[in-house]
Design a protein around this ligand. Structure first.
Ligand code: NAD
Length: 421
């Protein structure tokens, strides 16, 4: 079986390596030559793929990294793992997916199974991808096969990975489903078949929207609790002792990553553009979660004022900047908005995060303070925007100076000089 994975990012690289480890001859194609060159040296830029696994697959020639694909090439399975971001008006941008489909539609697709793994609104696989491929005169279900399977990778999760997370699959006809099941069964333990492609596409959006809406709920609650003098963290701790009917979500400085801040917009866009009215709950959640970085800046400003200081000319050490604990990913991280905003108000920012070396903010590059120098800094405020392993040790050292700490994640309950979100 020859497999081609198009797009070697968080999703595509994990899939390509798992395919290769399962013994399938896997080709990985990406338009980013710098990334390909890095991968060829056996260095994995994503947490879900280890350097040793990547090196092993390359050395065994089970994974072949390519920057071009000949039109005459033939693959049994082609997986599309392409970015589906929002444009600058926060509207779905399918251009990467469409470009990738155009590239593969030039190949010999006779009897090939094409699987879309990119997240998008329901209808994308059959209404956007399928017509481009059928332009060549091929007919789905006869000449080639089409499937959609949402990716559920959770970077940094040590318990669940591609192998042991149940995989939803869907196809445009019975044969597409059988082929997709056969492919994923090589490296995924449990396969769940959807009755339709749109249902599978929507299920991915529901999973992420569920998180988005619940995070918005606790984020808004946190703002009210602060005004009412109620400890929101204690409220959630108490509610979570109920053994049924309650699932804990926690407030924070905003939502980040490629899924939560993006995917629900695909859903609300589809509802608005197809039905002509808003998906109220999703749009409200978007508004609340997007406002959190600005709320955090306001709280920092108020805190500094209460300490007879101002943001202008104050020196702030930020701990944790990635969008999720212990991962080297800054995509959509609320820390960027917060730091950018504080700098534009005249603050001097230092940061420490074990997984992030530098932050680019427009023309400015801020390098991480080496851990051995963190304690040498004289700062007015420490702001925790993300947790990470060893944050307790870092705080134990820093707290000796008595510097006030604004903790947006409630990572530490010790009797330090802590102010919580
Ligand atoms: N990152 C996650 O945790 C996650 C989880 C579930 C689903 N998803 C979804 O999976 C899809 C891919 O996400 P990702 O996080 O892997 O994105 P990514 O940005 O990490 O990787 C995408 C890769 O595609 C490459 N690319 C872009 N255009 C190309 C083209 N025309 N041909 C070949 N390669 C091309 C890019 O260079 C990049 O390396 C998105 O739809 C995303 O929403 C992501």
């Amino acid at each position: 079986v020859r497999v081609l994975v198009v797009g070697l990012g968080y999703v595509g690289l994990s899939l390509a390596v798992e395919s290769a480890k399962a013994g399938l001859e896997t080709f990985g194609f990406d338009i980013d030559i710098k990334k390909l060159n890095l991968l060829k040296t056996g260095k994995s830029p994503v947490e879900t793929v280890s350097n040793s696994d990547l090196k092993y697959c390359i050395q065994k020639e089970q994974l072949i990294l390519v920057e071009e694909i000949n039109d005459s090439e033939k693959f049994d399975v082609i997986c599309l793992c392409l970015p589906t971001p929002l444009d600058n008006k926060r509207i779905p941008d399918l251009s990467f997916l469409i470009d990738g489909v155009k590239i593969i539609s030039r190949l010999n697709l006779n009897q090939t199974l094409i699987i879309n793994e990119s997240t998008s609104y329901p209808g994308t696989t059959e209404e956007v991808i399928l017509p481009i491929i059928e332009e060549s005169g091929l007919v789905v279900g006869r000449d080639f096969y089409l499937a959609f399977s949402p990716e559920r990778v959770d970077p940094g999760n040590s318990q669940f990975n591609l192998n042991n997370t149940p995989k939803v699959i869907s196809g445009s006809d019975d044969k597409s489903i059988i082929l997709a099941k056969e492919y994923y069964s090589k490296f995924v333990r449990e396969i769940i078949v959807s009755s339709g492609i749109k249902e599978a596409e929507m299920s991915k959006l529901l999973e992420n929207t569920y998180r988005h809406v619940n995070i918005a709920l606790v984020n808004e609650l946190a703002q009210f609790c602060n005004k009412l003098g109620v400890d929101v963290w204690e409220v959630i701790r108490l509610a979570s002792t109920k053994p049924f009917g309650f699932h804990s979500f926690y407030p924070g400085p905003g939502v980040g990553g490629h899924c939560i801040p993006i995917d629900p917009n695909y859903l609300s866009y589809r509802v608005r553009s197809q039905l002509g009215y808003p998906f109220k709950l999703v749009e409200l959640a978007e508004e609340i979660n997007q406002s959190m970085p600005f709320y955090v800046v306001e709280r920092i400003t108020q805190l500094l004022t209460s300490l007879d200081k101002s943001v202008k000319n104050s020196s702030i050490l930020v701990l944790g900047v990635s969008y999720k604990a212990d991962i080297g990913d800054l995509r959509e991280s609320p820390a960027i908005t917060i730091i950018d905003n504080l700098i534009s108000r005249g603050a001097y920012i230092h940061f420490y995060d074990p997984k992030i070396l530098k932050i680019d903010i427009e023309d400015l590059v801020i390098s991480r303070v080496p851990i051995e120098h963190v304690n040498d800094l004289e700062v007015d405020l420490i702001v925790i925007l993300q947790s990470f392993t060893d944050i307790d040790e870092v705080l134990a050292i820093l707290s000796k100076k008595g510097t006030p700490i604004f903790d947006t994640k409630s990572v530490n309950n010790k009797e330090y000089n802590i102010y919580k979100l």
